[in-house]
Design a protein around this ligand. Structure first.
Ligand SMILES: Nc1ncnc2c1ncn2[C@@H]1O[C@H](COP(=O)(O)OP(=O)(O)OP(=O)(O)O)[C@@H](O)[C@H]1O
Ligand SMILES: [Mg+2]
Length: 601
């Protein structure tokens, strides 16, 4: 929108009238003073001519007197010339002030539509992320190509969100440098296993971390195992809640828009909770470990009536007795409804029919609480092959949800303040986060987990990917304090990032001439300015941010640009970090990864 005719700054009286008046007054005052001073020095001699009033002469008399007497009284008139010169300098000074003022006024109002701008060097230095010792990498800042690249690290507990299309360099730029320097515990979604390969060696042998390498399809015994049922506090009042949470996660739909059967879905979940509590006690009695694959095997038994009977007679928990009784009633009245409940429950546990997956979830080599409370920080790498992201997403979601539920449950207060009841902060590095499906509990938990020392670093390809998994009303981005954006491939994301840069006002000068060309010299020219609103970067400019320079093999030779947004601060036009160009990170990345994951407890 243009505001042609925004007239206040261009009022001609303000622009020219006031300076002319001030100049006239200045010249008159100087003339009066000079004339009277000369007259006084000549003793008001009659040869000076008639006075105008008492001893006062007309102000411009000094001009005539100088012409007539300067050759006869050279020494005196030298002083007059000095005074004239000083006065002339005064006029020049006033003219200069007026010129600057006129220019400013004719420039228009630069903040009329917004004052968005990129952070200046000073603002970057004050941003709180410049040259920090600790924290997660959010980019680098380089004032110009001659200047040194300074790292930008966010050390607050607030979450970080990054939009990065594939092959943008988010791994070499943000993830690897963070993993090669973060001193607390870390949970990493590691899609190709490259984060484990490049950072676990340094984290284990130099940063003294326990290393958990969990890979659902690991078949060589080198991976760590995780059995969520070992997180259930059996024989306590929390047993039902813990089991209910796990079953809810196991049975959660991957897609928020997926149709859930309003009848069978809750019944199947309740059935699973009752059965799981019963068999967990039963297995415990026999000194065996109960697991999700075991639950799958038990509920799939042909003798449904037999195990329902055992659930009521053994009566380990009230919940399992009640649930078994209800199922028995359903079996009596035809049995089709009960069969549907069992088959729905079996569908939730389908993944655990895979013997490789089953062996990785039959026992735990660590406890979730170890992540924040073990003697040493823990690095938990969840390795998922890229072609099996969808298939293993139930396990991924189960682990992430269990982490949130176990670690963000009890808050302690001391002296009116929240007391940190953990030894190590936990960073959740969630690359390709939306690809793992809908995690409603995590989305809700983002609003409060920072208070428990958990910081999420979420990476998504673009808005479409995020919206597809989390709907348009998602609150993931709004719960993040720092946002990073690489040049997007997709229009909607470019528009969104452009909006994030804010609105700025640009001044457009318009020169209008009237008459012939020579009229320019006759002063018949007018300059008007329009204040125009535009985003600091248009969607097109966002898409055209400098990409990294790559050679024919796709290796990065020179880092590209990215934008860094912090709440309430001007955006930073940042540069890629590129760990392999930093000798310290390069050396750390070369430390050999451990052959197998650790057993903590
Ligand atoms: N040591 C290195 N030297 C130069 N370039 C490298 C090096 N390691 C990786 N690259 C380049 O970095 C680019 C990809 O980096 P990275 O893996 O961080 O991207 P990404 O955004 O994580 O990609 P993806 O979406 O595939 O996970 C590739 O072009 C790759 O060739
Ligand atoms: Mg990557």
């Amino acid at each position: 929108m243009s505001t042609v005719g925004y007239s206040a700054p261009r009022n001609p009286l303000r622009l020219y009238g006031l300076p002319t008046l001030i100049l006239c007054i200045y010249v008159i005052v100087i003339s009066i003073a000079l004339t009277q001073w000369i007259a006084q020095n000549f003793g008001y001699h009659s040869s000076l001519g008639e006075t105008f009033f008492r001893e006062y002469y007309l102000p411009w008399k000094w001009i005539a007197w100088t012409q007539i007497y300067h050759s006869a009284y050279q020494t005196f008139f030298q002083k007059v010339f000095v005074l004239l010169f000083v006065s002339f300098m005064g006029i020049c000074f006033l003219l200069l002030i007026f010129l600057v003022r006129a220019r400013k006024l004719s420039e228009g109002n630069k903040s009329l539509h917004g004052t968005a701008h990129f952070a200046s060097e000073e603002e970057v230095k004050k941003s709180g992320i410049y040259r920090q010792d600790k924290g997660v990498f959010v980019g680098a800042y380089q004032k110009n190509f001659m200047a040194k690249k300074e790292y930008l690290k966010h050390n607050g507990k607030e979450h970080v969100f990054c939009f990065a299309p594939t092959r943008a360099g988010k791994g070499v730029d943000l993830i690897i440098p963070t993993l090669l320097s973060w001193t607390g515990s870390v949970f990493v979604l590691d899609i190709k296993g490259e984060n484990f390969a490049l950072s676990s060696g340094w984290r284990k042998y130099h940063a003294g971390n326990h290393i958990i390498k969990f890979q659902p399809n690991c078949n060589d015994g080198t991976g760590s195992r995780f059995n969520p049922f070992e997180e259930v506090r059996l024989n306590t009042a929390f047993a039902y809640t813990d089991m209910d949470n796990i079953i809810n996660i196991v049975a959660a739909p991957e897609d928020p828009k997926a149709k859930i059967d309003p009848h069978f879905d809750p019944l199947a979940k309740t059935f699973l909770v009752g059965c799981a509590l019963h068999w967990m006690h039963e297995y415990q009695e026999h000194g065996e470990l109960f697991s999700l694959p075991a639950l799958n095997t038990e509920i799939s038994s042909d003798d449904i009536d037999g195990y329902l009977e055992a659930m009521t007679t053994k009566a380990y928990t009230d919940a399992s007795v009640n649930i078994a009784k209800q199922m028995k009633e359903r079996r009596k009245s035809g049995g089709r409804e009960a069969a549907s409940i069992v088959s729905t429950a079996q569908r939730y546990l389908r993944l655990y029919n895979d013997p490789v997956v089953a062996q990785n979830v039959c026992k735990s080599d660590f406890k979730i609480t170890d992540l924040m409370r073990a003697d040493k920080p823990v690095s938990f790498y969840l390795l998922i092959p890229p072609n099996q992201i969808g298939r293993f997403s139930p396990i991924t979601r189960m682990i992430i949800d269990t982490i949130i539920q176990r670690l963000a449950s009890e808050m302690e207060f001391a002296g009116g303040e929240v007391k940190d009841n953990y030894k190590h902060r936990l960073l959740m590095m969630l690359d390709e986060f939306p690809a793992f499906g809908f995690m409603p509990n995590f989305e809700t938990a983002m609003a409060f987990i920072a208070g428990y020392g958990i910081t999420a670093y979420i990476i998504a390809q673009d808005r479409i990917q995020l919206r597809k998994t989390y709907t348009a009303e998602q609150t993931i981005t709004t719960n993040c304090h720092t946002h990073i954006a690489y040049p997007p491939n997709e229009k909607d994301t470019a528009k969104y990032i452009s909006e994030m840069t804010g609105e700025t006002t640009v001044i457009k000068k318009k020169i209008t001439t009237s008459g012939s060309r020579s009229a320019l010299y006759a002063g018949r020219m007018s300059i008007s300015t329009d204040e125009i609103k535009r985003p600091l970067l248009t969607p097109d400019e966002v898409s055209r941010l400098t990409p990294p320079v790559k050679n024919a093999d796709g290796k990065i030779l020179k880092g590209g640009e990215m934008l860094i947004f912090q709440q309430g601060k001007p955006p930073i036009r940042g540069k890629q970090v590129l760990f392999f160009q930093d000798p310290v990170f390069l050396a750390r990345s070369k430390v050999m990864a451990p052959e197998r994951g650790d057993k903590i407890s």
